[in-house]
Design a protein around this ligand. Sequence first.
Ligand code: KG4
Ligand code: ZN
Length: 328
Amino acid sequence: MNRLILSIESSCDDSSIAITDVDTLELIYHKKISQELEHSVYGGVVPELASRLHAEALPKILSECEEWFSKLVAIAVTSTPGLAVTLIEGVMMAKALSIALDIPLIGVNHLKGHIYSLFIEKETVFPLTTLLVSGGHTQVIEVKSLDEMEVVASSMDDSFGESFDKVAKMMGLGYPGGPLIEKLAHDGDRTKYNFTIPLSQSPKIAFSYSGLKNAVRLAVEKGSESDHKDIAASFEHIASAHITQKLKKYFKKVKPINFAIVGGASANLYLRTQIEELIKPHNSKLFLSELKYCSDNAAMIGRVAVDMYHKKQFTPLDELTSSSRSPL
Ligand code: KG4
Ligand code: ZN
C-alpha cells in the first residue's frame, strides 16, 4: 500500500498542492495556479489580494486530490518564510486536513524547499553549496544535510529577483519582472550602459542590489522606451556579474564538490551560463532544478517533507504557525 504525503505551498503568489510517495519519491500529483496576471497590473504582489486568491484556488486544487486521501500519512505545508497573510491560507488548510484525516503535520521551511527542488523524484546529494536566487532571497547556503544548512552570504538589501521586478516596474513591463527583463535583454547591448558592479571593492562575500537599481532608475528616466532593451541587457549583465564576482571569491576559499543554483530567478539563462563558465575550472559538479521547479511549487515542499517524515520531524498542531521571517 502506498504511503503518500500531501504538501501545500502558499508563501507568495503561487497556490500549489502536490502528492509525493514517501517510499518511491514518485510525484503522484502536482498542480500550481499562479496569480501573475492578477498582480501584474500593480507591478508586484499585493499581499491581501494574494491571500484572497489562495482562498479560492487551494480548495479547487484540493478537490482533485480526494482519491488519494485514504493513503495519506502526513500533511506538509510551507510555514516560513513568506508573506504572513498568504502563508496562513496554506497553514489553515493543512491543519484542517490533519484533524479531519487524523494524520501528522510537517511544517516546511520554504528555502529548504527551493534546495530540495533539485531532488524531486531523486535521491539527495550532499554536501552541496547552493546559490539561492529568488524574489525574497539572494544567498549562498552550505548544505550538509536536511538539518545542517548554513547561510554563508546574503543580500544586504534587495534580492536578485526583486531587482528584476523593480526594473520591470520602472519600465512599465508588468510582473514578474525576471522573465520580462530577460526577454527584453535578449536583443539589447550588454555594454551600452556602464553600471557599476555592486560591492566590487569590498572583500566581503555579500550582495546588494539597491545601488544598481537606482542607477538603472536614472538611466530609465533619462532615456526613452527605445533604450529599454539596452538598459535591460546592461542591468542583467551587471546583476549577474555581481554574483559571479562574489562566487569567484567564495571558490577561492572553498572548493565545493557539488554546486547548485536554485530559486525562481535561477531560471535566468544568462546567470546560469555565467556561473557554468565560472565553475568549469573548479571541477565542481553543477546541479540545476528543472525549469518547471525553479519557481515556487508544492512538489519541492513535498520532497523536503519526505525526508522529514522519515526522521519523524512532525510539527504539533498548536505549534504550527506561519511566520514571515525565519532563518533556515
Ligand atoms: O522562487 P520564486 O518563485 O519566489 C520566491 O520565493 O521569491 O522567485 C520569484 C522571483 C521573482 O522575483 C521573479 O522576477 C524572479 O524570481 N525570476 C527571474 C526569472 N524568472 C523568475 N529573475 C530573473 N530572470 C528570470 N528568468
Ligand atoms: Zn520561493
